[in-house]
Design a protein around this ligand. Sequence first.
Ligand code: GDP
Ligand code: MG
Length: 687
Amino acid sequence: MVRARQSQTQTDDHQKMVRARQSQTQTDSTALVLQTEQPTPLSVIPPIVSSYNDKIRPLLDAVDKLRDLKVTEEGIQLPTIVVVGDQSSGKSSVLESLAGISLPRGQGICTRVPLIMKLQHHSNPEPELSLMYGDRVQHTDESKISEDIVNATNHIAGGGKGISNTPLTLLVKKTGVPDLTMVDLPGITRVPVHGQPENIYDQIKDMIMEYIVPNESIILNVLSATVDFTTCESIRMSQSVDKHGERTLAVVTKADKAPEGLLEKVTADDVNIGLGYVCVRNRIGDETYEEARAISDQLFQTHPLLSKIDKSMVGIPVLAQKLVHIQATSIGRNLPEIVKKINDKLGSCLSELNSMPKCLSSVAEAMTEFMQIIGFSKESLKKILVRGEFEEYKDEKRMHCTARLVEMLDEYSNELHKCGQSELNGENFLMEEIMILEEAKGIKLPNFVPRNAFLFILQGKVDKIKYMPTEFVERVWTYIEEVVISVLMKQSENYYQLHLSVRRAGHNLMAKMKERSINWMREIVEMEQLTDYTCNPDYVSEWNRLLSGQEAFIKAVLSDEKQPSTIVVEGMGEVQVGHLRQYPNILSQAFDLKMRMIAYWKVVLRRLVDCMALHLQLSVANLVNKEMEKEIISEVMGPNYGGGTGIERMLEESPCVALKREKLIKSIKKLKDSKEVVSNIMDGIFA
Ligand code: GDP
Ligand code: MG
């Protein structure tokens, strides 16, 4: 019950709306020169909407000019009346009726390209008709127009049954026509006819969508009275972009063929047509326009059912007047935004063009640009790699190189220190030393620690870590390479050829630098392996400190078999000693040897880290200050190019840059022209 009452209220509201709309149109039409009562020959009907013309014409002309300039290609939508409808719903017939000319009409798909129809009232009794497509302008007349449209369509979309997006413009200057610009689109068809591509439905749908999606478009939905509106494809499409029909107007054709229930259909408004319905009866067969108009007027005045439809909802003149009114409102509403969009777009195109690389025209110019690129790259790299100034790459942590390098170095140092630490406190404490001392025995005083034993242990330790420095060097250079290449690429991105050679030079150079560093690191490691030396007093003091626990240690190991078998040793924590009791004689030497090694190993590791740091700093400085420039210049100036040096090749622009520049220049020209068009019209309005 509640639901029923609700829907009743809705229908009431709705009918009120419809009535309001009808009376609105009535007031409008009385204000205008509208003569629908007496059938009058078209040629003597005064311009349907003459009182509007003076104001609308300049606006419409401006919009038409913008359309001719193809400003929509720049993403600026224009207020456009778009004619949509299912196939054979009578779209072309409606346009014919409005224009008073013959368009190709009939079964199957006739309209295969968007037909932009510009109607202009002029006072010269001689009509002027012309067709425009591509760069062509073709004058024609009423007897040939239909044929010429067919030919032009064939020219654009081919002789078959395919469709094309390229529009065809038809200008009709004629006494009495309403000033209107409309786009006729191919009718929607579900089933391809013989010779049509399989996906014809999707093609047509895409084309229609392109035209009706923009909010600026007014949808003129052509519906045949003979069908159920709710099943029309064109209704489904227009509703998908304009749910409440706020910018949709319906023309119901073929009123003569299905007068029964038509009044109910258009008042019930089951399909949400916000801008209202107009029922028409178009010209059929060989009727002249005058005859057709007379028959139509007669029909809506005398037919028992059709005459009941309000006069504000029937006939071509009413349709014309409504369209002109809607068009004027839409243009008025949209123009300020269009002006703004043109200005914005022009601004953005200009700044984009300015930020594009200069088009180089001489070797001298290219040379200057090249030197600048090298200069900028050098400066950039100096900042991030050497001086730690990274404002250029605020948010790119990876490019904050000094910090990243220190982190890497710390990690390297930690790895070095960790390696071999675990063996210190194991169950085999001192066993390695004891074994080596046993084998290094000689005929000599017993309390000297033999140097060869020390070296032997040292070599073993170095062997274990010697992969680390080289691995680290590789890692660091891979990182630096990444940074250098990315800076070089960024600086040279505008010059395609240069971009390539700079990248090549960058990779070559980095490979060289990496190799050099690896060799150098190998040498350092070899040096550590060859001999034991340091002048660092820390070594001696550390050894002394560690050795101070020797006496207590030996005592503890040898004193009593029943003692616990773990002991705390200075600098090493708890160690197992049970196994040492069988080596009483060699224990003190082994302990000494161990402590020497511990003290010395610290020195070795520190040296490996320090050397690495200094070496990297020097290499990076060399790279940035000298090597890079040298490498790039020899790569770019070198003769190893098919046609001339890299500098000469710099003059050749990458095709995509050239294309982009060309496109921008074209857009700018178009937008400037558009700006001119709208500023004239705005001046006119304010004046
Ligand atoms: P389009 O495919 O939507 O462009 O439809 P057309 O304008 O080509 O019309 C299709 C057919 O319907 C043609 O044969 C027209 O003569 C016919 N037709 C169009 N409007 C009317 C009308 O108001 N009354 C009658 N009886 N026939 C019409
Ligand atoms: Mg058609």
